[in-house]
Design a protein around this ligand. Sequence first.
Ligand code: SF4
Length: 376
Amino acid sequence: MDTELLSTVLAKRKQPAFRERQILRAAQHEYVSGWEAMTTLPKRLREQLTAEVPFSTVKVDLEERSKDGSVKLRMLTHDGFPLEAVLMRFDQPHAKEGEKQTRYTACLSSQSGCALSCEFCATGKMKLGRNLTQHEIVDQFLELARQRQRVGEGRIDNVVMMGMGEPFHNYDEVIAALRTLNSPDGPGLGARRIAISTVGWVPGIEKLAKEDIQFKLALSLHAPNDNLRGSLMPVNRKFPIERLMQACRFYQDQTKRRIFIEYLMLENVNDQPEHAKELAKLLNDQPGQFHVNLIAYNPTGTDFVGASDETVRRFSAILQRADLETSYRVSRARDISGACGQLAAPIEAAKRAQREDRLARAKAKVADTDNAPTPA
Ligand code: SF4
């Protein structure tokens, strides 16, 4: 919820100092479902809060469930901007006794739409609506967590900022939201269970390197040279690979942490043995500092096609022979357009909500004029 608004209302209602923490703990740690369910509060206060503080800053518009058990929520902000968040389910067939059999990772959005227009990404086609506030980011997580509770399934284990938007275009709000998710009074997720994924916005990487908190960093590289990367990702014209690697070196020097390289496998585009060798050479400039995640391409209405399993195996083997650790990321929620690159909450839904919002405001204005006292 909007915690500034909550503080103002509690102060206006002359509530004791402990009240805000009590409410936030119930909402963010115990995942209470709404004001009515917060039965530890006096009834009168519950009614006042219901009237004055929306319990969530986002409204779930649509819930879709994938056949792999993942869930996608499409939401709208109060002013009608669409966003999506996905809860990915990973079954752990090799879990040892006492370990969790299923893990859940929440993929959250930092913006409604995105300004960076990567060629393979559906969100990029939406263009930028606006940055999301820290409350709207935390509320995506809480909507997913409450959904878990409703269906009686386990708590969320990890968070990745890999949904709609470039997180470092909205740095301050993203970091503030992640600090809340990390807080013991909030969901209490360990910092190392939280990852931020960037397409290589250098000022953000350098700023994150100086934070006093150990969030993981993932870098969407997708190509080993400027020509190819520039043709896939316009951001490369602003921050070419050499500048990006310089920022990675700075991050690693400051934090002593590895960076996860995300590499989308596109057939006959970036998946050939020469690309693997070039990538290995680039990353081995800083040995042991990178882990490469090869990613399956998920259809986004473009002409790209995903590389075959055989090509991925061959590519991965070249990297491993060069002493790089690799993994191949399994797609989740692909059947409900909830996988990597597929998030693009329909623009029409946003336009409709904005129209309704404008209409409601106009009606309220007319009603105000009608009710205005007649001059004597
Ligand atoms: S991949 Fe990320 S940065 Fe690129 S257009 Fe999509 S959301 Fe934006």
